[in-house]
Design a protein around this ligand. Structure first.
Ligand SMILES: C=C1C[C@]23C[C@@]1(O)CC[C@H]2[C@@]12CCC[C@@](C)(C(=O)O1)[C@H]2[C@@H]3C(=O)O
Ligand SMILES: O=C(O)CCC(=O)C(=O)O
Ligand SMILES: [Fe+2]
Length: 354
């Protein structure tokens, strides 16, 4: 069985290759057929009036009275929430955002020097799942697992360290915040440090793994027929997302539809991922989300997908399981799950159902 996250791609480079030519989205005046989704997209977007009635909860991490109860509600009904007073300095976020902007503003041919290969984890290109679909998405991505040094060297041979330093600083802050959020979420389920041995002796989640996904959504000439990122759940335990000052993220609520998540200055969005769905035995379901694009403004986002240490098997926590609540999922490592997602995509979670 593969042991490193990146091994999942070497062992399962199974994303069906389709022969759509890669295009520089930043230079196109018309939507090419390869990116026109109209007939495939089922759109349940809410009208602005109705959308205003449903707001992704904003949780103040410094509010010990209301915070926890809002959190439980958000995890059960939305699978996502925004956080404020999260302790990550604005400066660190803005430095990372500036570094990401600098990267995506490079000429297309330059960016291709840092291309992510089919069997690699880090690098520039369409998001991982894009080759599962007959049409291309209106986005470019840069995925970072560990250090981006090799790719940064290709992009900026004389000055690659500043990109690496900013990335390292951002990943460190995200990892710390993700550990903190894990305990807030787990404690809301009655789980304590003794219940999760892989969190380490002090519950620090020292060996947990994070993947930083930078996303750029260029201005789109025909946004109604394009999609930035198609609807998906994240494979992570949880994902911490910074979106630049431009809307586009939507989350799906059963019986309501697609609800827009407007950017809130200083706030970060937290998504429950598939592995937390499994760990909580379905009590906190992973959130289906997508990104729509627009014709006026470029959009940028930075998603930190946080997962367990390699080789740790995630299964429903025994405290949440009893005669009346049998375990719903079989154990799985993150690496194995990514391989399943690459093959089964929407059906990956249900393929683990007992
Ligand atoms: C660890 C990973 C999860 C992810 C695939 C990846 O290998 C690296 C990036 C992640 C991401 C970000 C954008 C959406 C997504 C579905 C994708 O294609 O790449 C997720 C993947 C995931 O959560 O399954
Ligand atoms: O751009 C966004 O707001 C969301 C990106 C996303 O869903 C992802 O990277 O997994
Ligand atoms: Fe996502």
């Amino acid at each position: 069985m593969p042991s490193r996250l990146s091994d999942a791609f070497e062992t399962h480079p199974t994303f069906q290759h389709h022969h759509i030519q890669n295009l520089d989205l930043n230079s196109l005046q018309h939507l090419p057929d390869s990116h026109a989704w109209a007939s495939e997209l089922t759109d349940y977007s809410l009208s602005p009036d109705i959308n205003g009635l449903f707001n992704l909860p904003i949780i103040d991490l410094n509010d010990p009275i209301n915070g926890p109860k809002h959190l439980v509600h958000a995890c059960k009904t939305w699978g996502a929430f925004q956080i404020i007073n999260h302790g990550v300095s604005n400066q660190v976020v803005h430095r990372m955002e500036a570094a990401a902007k600098k990267l995506f503003s490079l000429p297309y041919e330059e960016k291709l020097k840092a291309e992510r290969f089919e069997d690699g984890a880090t690098g520039y290109g369409p998001i991982r799942i894009s080759s599962l679909f007959p049409k291309r998405m209106w986005s470019e991505g840069f995925t970072i697992v560990g250090s981006p040094i090799q790719h940064a060297r290709e992009l900026w041979p004389d000055n690659y360290t500043s990109f690496c330093d900013v990335t390292e600083e951002y990943q460190k802050e995200m990892k710390e915040l993700a550990g903190k959020l894990m305990w807030i979420v787990l404690e809301s389920l009655g789980i304590t440090k003794e219940d999760i041995s892989w969190a380490g002796p002090n519950g620090e989640f020292k060996d947990s793994v994070g993947v930083l996904q930078l996303n750029s959504y260029p201005i789109c000439p025909d946004p109604d027929r394009a999609i930035g990122i198609v609807d998906h759940t994240d494979s992570s335990l949880l994902t911490i997302l910074h979106q630049s000052n431009q809307s586009g993220l939507q989350v799906f609520r059963e019986e309501i539809g697609w609800v827009s998540v407007p950017p809130v200055e200083g706030a970060l969005v937290v998504n429950i991922g598939d592995l937390l769905h499994i760990l909580s035995n379905g009590l906190y379901p992973s959130v289906l989300h997508r990104v729509v694009v627009n014709r006026d403004r470029h959009r940028l986002s930075m998603a930190y997908l946080y997962g367990p240490p390699n080789n740790v098997e995630i299964s429903p926590l025994s405290k949440l399981v009893d005669h009346y609540h049998p375990p719903l999922y079989r154990p799985v490592t993150w690496t194995e799950y990514l391989g399943m997602k690459a093959k089964l995509f929407y059906k990956a979670l249900s393929a683990l159902r007992l």
